[in-house]
Design a protein around this ligand. Sequence first.
Ligand code: FES
Length: 108
Amino acid sequence: MSKTLINVIDREGAVREVEWEPEQSLMETLRDNDFPILASCGGTVSCATCHVFLEKPVVESLSPRTEDELELLEDAEAYNPEASRLSCQIKQCSSLAGINVTLAPEED
Ligand code: FES
């Protein structure tokens, strides 16, 4: 399977290209590459600590947020209806090669 490389922008604005392995969620890739994603619920849609921003066309190309995901995101201080996703809910797909993923600010 071909590599899916993505660009991750951390909370300081630094950009790093990382490889997104097949079968992984975006959250797992961020965690495996040592980005400060707590992912305290392990991807069960109950913590929102894996919150990221994606570009609008990317958001529109993904399957829509589930009710649980939307509920958590709407409670987040940095929620952006056009850009916010929980990275644990996004599966690797070669069509996502080259996307920019921005880590959302940490919640207080
Ligand atoms: S890891 Fe908890 S909601 Fe994504």
